[in-house]
Design a binder for this molecule. Structure first.
Ligand SMILES: Cc1cc2nc3c(=O)[nH]c(=O)nc-3n(C[C@H](O)[C@H](O)[C@H](O)COP(=O)(O)OP(=O)(O)OC[C@H]3O[C@@H](n4cnc5c(N)ncnc54)[C@H](O)[C@@H]3O)c2cc1C
Length: 404
């Protein structure tokens, strides 16, 4: 019998409970990762979910974890298909649970048909289900935050060092190499090593002024940890405990608290997605708010290309198209514009982000999009004044000049 670690959004060896469990047995261990074929073909929103920038970042993340597993004598395989087509259901199966509705459904299919032992683990979220103090998730972030921020603590870390070696991973489909756009605000590689380096660098100096810079568009204006958290190259617990260690040495300030505050936004959307399941993707959202959304192919295409004629929106969209990255401020502005000004079905915008963002995360993306569209976890109907946004966040036009 073998022990199989089914890797999903947990591409690391540090703080990885399935790996630690696998190492307790004497049986040979293998790591497997599956890309669903649906991720590689155009969907009903006219996009390929796993777009090229995402694939590129994913490949780097896979090569990194493959190298670390290799050093432990564990072979790692990447497939396109369903796990049950490849894995032997008589083996022992260990995996970290995902959050997305489709991913959970795939897990349930596997568990139902599995004949051998299997065990599942947490680790994608900061807190564990048993530690969350609600029967029903609060509708508003503030209620969630107040109940957890000082009263719930992440479980302890299980530390393990990644190696510097990588191992080539070849995708069993044509894959186009890309060059990084020198203007990118995300100049980093994928993988656990790059993630740890970024975390250490950010916590060395930029963190001290995070609260003031976080709405900016430059490399160090925000942490850029989202892509590593999304692929699981970094565990949210690791970020939490490193931040706490930083605070012990250098002191707490508003900025260090604010990073925790933002991690709680991530956490909030994860638990909302887990609770809402399929409802997260409905046009009427989790609030069942009916609206006559439009679907104008031409309007949507112009927004995607960054050709709406609204400079600030166009600059952000061109940044996304060229790099697979956009700042949080940019995401809020272009999503709000898409839903509130263009009145297009918000799911077309969300699906476009899904195909492009290297940090795509199902709960954060669909949760934030629904929030901006007025069908998510927000009781107000916010409409951005783009001119005011431009004046506040890009007063000298430097960002627009970079991308237009
Ligand atoms: C329309 C829209 C779509 C989004 N799609 C995604 C997505 O697919 N994946 C994703 O990770 N984030 C998404 N976000 C949230 C946010 O924009 C990114 O997490 C953030 O810009 C990442 O940059 P950073 O790591 O430098 O963030 P920082 O400002 O450094 O924040 C630290 C961490 O906190 C978390 N965080 C911060 N803001 C949010 C937020 N609003 N929601 C959830 N988590 C947050 C992230 O994990 C982030 O890495 C989206 C936001 C909007 C408005």
């Amino acid at each position: 019998m073998k022990t199989i670690i089914w890797y999903q959004n947990d591409l690391r060896v540090d703080d990885h409970l399935p790996l630690e469990e696998a190492l307790r047995y004497d049986d040979p261990i293998e790591g497997h990762f599956f890309i669903s074929p649906k991720q590689l073909v155009e969907n009903r929103f006219g996009v390929i979910p796993l777009g090229n920038e995402r694939l590129h970042f994913l490949k780097e993340s896979l090569e990194d974890v493959a190298g670390s597993l290799d050093a432990l004598g564990i072979p790692f395989f990447v497939h396109v298909g369903h796990p049950l087509e490849t894995l032997d259901p008589n083996d022992r199966l260990l995996f970290q649970r995902a959050v997305g509705y489709n991913e959970r459904r795939r897990e349930e299919e596997v568990m139902k048909k599995w004949k051998g032992e299997y065990e599942t683990f947490g680790g994608f979220t900061l807190f564990e289900e048993d530690d969350i103090p609600f029967e029903k998730m609060p509708f508003l972030f503030t209620e969630f935050r107040k109940a957890v921020e000082y009263d719930v603590r992440p479980r302890e870390l299980v530390s393990r060092k990644a190696t510097a070696a990588t191992r080539d991973v070849t995708f069993p489909f044509p894959f186009q190499e890309i060059e990084k756009d020198p203007r990118t605000a995300f100049p980093f590689k994928g993988g656990e090593l790059a993630a740890k380096r970024r975390l250490n660098d950010y916590l060395s100096v930029p963190i001290r002024t995070y609260k003031e810079t976080r709405n900016g568009f430059g490399v160090d204006d925000s942490t850029k940890l989202s892509a590593y958290l999304a692929n699981g190259s970094l565990s949210p617990r690791r970020v939490f405990f490193e931040l706490e260690a930083h605070e012990r040495t250098h002191g707490v300030n508003e900025s260090t608290y604010w990073l925790y505050f933002e991690l709680l936004w991530r956490e909030f959307f994860q638990w909302v997605a887990l609770e809402q399941g399929k409802r997260l993707f409905r046009t009427q959202g989790i609030r069942s708010k009916r609206k006559d959304w439009r679907v104008d192919a031409d309007v949507i295409e112009k927004w995607r290309r960054g050709e709406t004629g609204i400079d600030f929106v166009d600059a952000f969209m061109r940044e996304l198209n060229a790099t697979g990255w956009m700042s949080n401020r940019g995401r809020q502005i272009v999503a709000n514009y898409f839903a509130k000004e263009l009145e297009q079905d918000w799911r077309y915008g969300a699906a476009y982000f899904e195909s492009k963002l290297i940090d795509y995360d199902v709960a954060s993306n669909y949760g934030n999009w629904a929030y901006q569209a007025g069908v998510g976890n927000d009781s107000r109907n916010r409409r951005f004044n783009i001119e005011r946004q431009q004046f506040t966040y890009d007063p000298d036009g430097a960002f627009r000049n970079r991308w237009l």
